[in-house]
Ligand binder design. Structure first.
Ligand SMILES: [Fe+2]
Ligand SMILES: [Fe+2]
Length: 141
């Protein structure tokens, strides 16, 4: 296998591990968010679980397409347990920032493969992450 392809698979596995962590984090926050904001935020965090699950499936499919082995482990960056919704939103912001940076780094690598379908599917995720960063920035104002 070409070195370049191995590097791309490694980068995609990093993105996949980060999605798996996001799924665990958002599911946790959806369960624990309390007070008057629970009504909206619990549903919002559940929606993020669904989105991250979709992203993980896309990244996994990309790894399969490149003949790689997809990770089943989540990124080991600690998930902070808190009951404070503002802390949850701050953690979500950090998570989405890292996700958008990760896909921003992956896209130019994918471009070298010349696979338009693969590129488009990952670009869609990149835009989702950017939208989340902006949404959280507004929520934290
Ligand atoms: Fe994601
Ligand atoms: Fe996200």
């Amino acid at each position: 296998m070409a070195m370049e392809r191995m590097e791309i698979i490694e980068a995609l596995n990093g993105a996949l591990a980060w999605e798996l962590r996001a799924i665990a984090m958002y599911a946790h926050y959806s369960a624990y968010v309390s007070g008057i904001h629970r009504l909206q935020l619990s549903a919002h965090f559940s929606q993020e679980v669904a989105e991250s699950t979709t992203h993980a499936a896309t990244v996994r499919a990309a790894i399969v397409k490149l003949d790689g082995v997809a990770t089943t482990d989540r990124a080991d960056t600690e998930i902070i347990h808190t009951m404070d919704y503002k802390e949850m939103l701050k953690e979500a912001y950090k998570t989405e920032m890292t996700a958008s940076e990760t896909y921003g780094r992956i896209l130019p690598m994918i471009e070298t493969l010349g696979d338009k379908e693969l590129y488009d599917s990952l670009e869609t995720i990149y835009f989702d992450e950017m939208r989340s960063v902006e949404e959280l920035r507004m929520m934290l104002k």
